[in-house]
Design a protein around this ligand. Structure first.
Ligand SMILES: Cc1cc2nc3c(=O)[nH]c(=O)nc-3n(C[C@H](O)[C@H](O)[C@H](O)COP(=O)(O)O)c2cc1C
Length: 386
């Protein structure tokens, strides 16, 4: 069997502080600190604890050239667990799954630090809403009480600030004023098919296709995109859109068309949405959720191992979400965006592989309820008059 190190790996010493029970038995209160080294790999979901010998062994092996297992100076006790965990890659078919995901990350031209940050920030089964409630971190006052004062809301530089004129408001200003993140959707009211179509048309539809070669096309959209590559796909979880069966869809930005995905949800769609949204029940009953999913390879085709490429991918999603807010607001609808999503659960719902593509944010749209149950940030009382 041949072995090599996985493509992207970094080591992190983690400190675990606990009560020293020996000192406690002797009547003293002392804390003891234990340090464990963890290996973080770009193709693995979890950090893997490693010994000093294992760390050295991984550092001594190439990620490109194979080494015969029989030529390893190390004891199998050291390398076998690394192979099982996926930190060592093998040519043996028994370990093909780890090899394929490692090759996927390698061939995807990820910048290593971005790959690690991306992989290890993915959530599965997190309930951020419950965590927030359990730790009494719900309101702004809760945050202030528990965390102390934040850095000031405005950074003031020395010198005299030159006043700017307050320009008369236009319809555009009045539209901007009405954009408020919605946390109270009307769970009984559907949005129109045409409304959904218009939202997509204004935000993620291709307004032009520039065909450079037979196999190379660039899209013009109403939102900007790093390198003009528009890597972000739009998947939909539809609950209440007139003329559209509830379910899962993918949007084609050139055809301006939706295809129903041949996937079934084993739970009510609102529960599926709530799980994707890490328990944020105030968002789960939007009429339609748009899951924004970059295809990494599209951007990394141009920006190979590029330190700014991942940042551009995330910024692209932010632009789309603001455009969706504005398009929804203009129709009298309400919208939200969240990055607090269970990536892994969302990938499973839509059948995304996580190596070539994955969700970054979810945007929801629908009619706003007439009743305010969950707080919205509307200090000027534009949406919720006193
Ligand atoms: C990237 C991003 C992530 C967000 N995530 C959440 C979220 O997880 N939960 C939530 O209730 N609101 C979320 N929001 C909405 C913000 O809380 C909201 O924009 C902020 O409170 C200001 O309110 P406004 O959008 O009504 O002006 C998010 C907004 C952005 C831009």
């Amino acid at each position: 069997m041949k072995l090599r190190r996985c493509t992207t790996i970094m080591f992190e010493p983690r400190e675990d502080v606990s009560i020293d029970f020996n000192a406690m038995l002797a009547g003293r209160t002392e804390l003891s600190t234990a340090t464990t080294w963890f290996a973080l790999a770009a193709h693995l979901e979890q950090a893997v604890p490693v010994s000093a010998e294992q760390r050295e062994l991984l550092g001594s092996l190439s990620s490109r050239q194979w080494t015969d297992a029989s030529d390893l100076g190390s004891h199998p006790r050291d390398w076998r667990p690394l192979l099982e965990a996926g930190l060592l890659i093998s040519d043996d078919d028994a370990y093909a799954a780890h090899r394929h995901s490692d090759e996927g990350m390698r061939d995807g031209h990820w910048w290593p630090l971005a790959a690690l940050a991306h992989r290890h920030a993915r959530w599965s089964g997190v309930n951020s809403a419950a965590q927030m409630r359990d730790s009494n971190m719900v309101t702004a006052r809760d945050l202030r009480r528990q965390l102390g004062a934040p850095p000031p809301a405005v950074q003031v530089h020395p010198g005299t600030y030159q006043p700017l004129p307050a320009v008369d408001a236009t319809d555009y200003d009045r539209l901007l004023e009405r954009r408020t993140t919605c946390r109270n959707f009307d769970a009984a009211r559907s949005i129109g098919y045409g409304q959904l179509a218009q939202l997509l048309q204004r935000t993620v539809k291709a307004q032009a296709v520039v065909q450079v070669e037979a196999d190379t096309a660039f899209l013009k959209k109403n939102v900007p995109s790093g390198g003009g590559l528009h890597p972000t796909e739009t998947y939909l979880l539809v609950q209440r859109v007139d003329g559209l069966a509830p379910g899962l869809y993918h949007y084609h930005p050139v055809e301006h068309a939706l295809v129903a995905l041949p996937r079934q949800c084993d739970r009510p769609l609102q529960d599926v949405a709530e799980a994707m949204l890490s328990g944020q029940d105030w968002f789960a009953n939007a009429a339609a959720h748009l899951v924004l999913v970059p295809r990494y390879a599209r951007t990394y085709w141009k920006y190979r191992n590029h330190a700014k490429a991942y940042r551009a991918l995330l910024l692209d999603v932010g632009h789309i979400s603001q455009a969706l807010y504005m398009a929804a607001t203009e129709q009298g609808l309400a919208a939200f965006v969240t990055a607090a999503i269970n990536d892994v659960d969302t990938e499973q719902v839509f059948g995304l592989d996580s190596i070539t593509q994955g969700p970054v944010a979810v945007v929801g749209v629908g009619w706003r309820s007439e009743t305010l149950t969950t707080t919205e940030f509307d200090p000027n009382q534009v949406i919720w008059p006193a």
